[in-house]
Write a protein that binds this ligand. Sequence first.
Ligand SMILES: Cc1cc2nc3c(=O)[nH]c(=O)nc-3n(C[C@H](O)[C@H](O)[C@H](O)COP(=O)(O)O)c2cc1C
Length: 184
Amino acid sequence: MASILLLYGTSEGQTEKIAHHVAGVLTGRGHAVELVHGERLPDSLDLPAYDAVVVGDSIHRSRHHAYVREFVERNREVLNDCVSAFYQVSLSAASERPESVAEVEAIEESFLDETGWTPDHVASFAGAIVYSQYGPLKRFVMRRIARKEGGDTDTSRDYEYTDWGEVTAFAEAVAADLPDLRQT
Ligand SMILES: Cc1cc2nc3c(=O)[nH]c(=O)nc-3n(C[C@H](O)[C@H](O)[C@H](O)COP(=O)(O)O)c2cc1C
């Protein structure tokens, strides 16, 4: 059994939801997964003790969360020494505009370049628009962004764009780097 840390950064919860899905696939393979919010690291966290580390983070205003960036920068060497994977979550990943998709891919590339981390697996997933969780200003801004990106603008409900098949494939790729412990 491999021991895996799955650390995520999230503002509205979609990256956490994706983290749970990834964890489900990995535990289904017999591995032990510890899910940790990047802003609430336990004092006892012993990173080198894990066989693999998966980090997920969402994009807000073209940036990753500072606490995730700090975690990666601080632990770059350990991350580069074990099986590691990174996924980012954004609205633009689901955009109809190729330039928006390219923009979030560039954000992911810069994040990895600047932190010096070279994960074994990298993915970019479409997230969600949760109008019900936004205050009036955020709702206004997100509606404008959604219109530009070809997303949904009816603020009376929430929208999820995540392709769960893509998330499963990412988790399975990570699992393929670890011993398969499923019971047959
Ligand atoms: C205030 C705000 C700013 C955002 N900025 C961006 C952005 O610059 N680019 C983008 O692609 N998505 C942007 N998004 C969309 C989020 O990445 C998307 O909603 C994602 O699902 C959030 O994940 P989380 O719930 O895990 O934080 C923004 C969302 C909000 C609320």
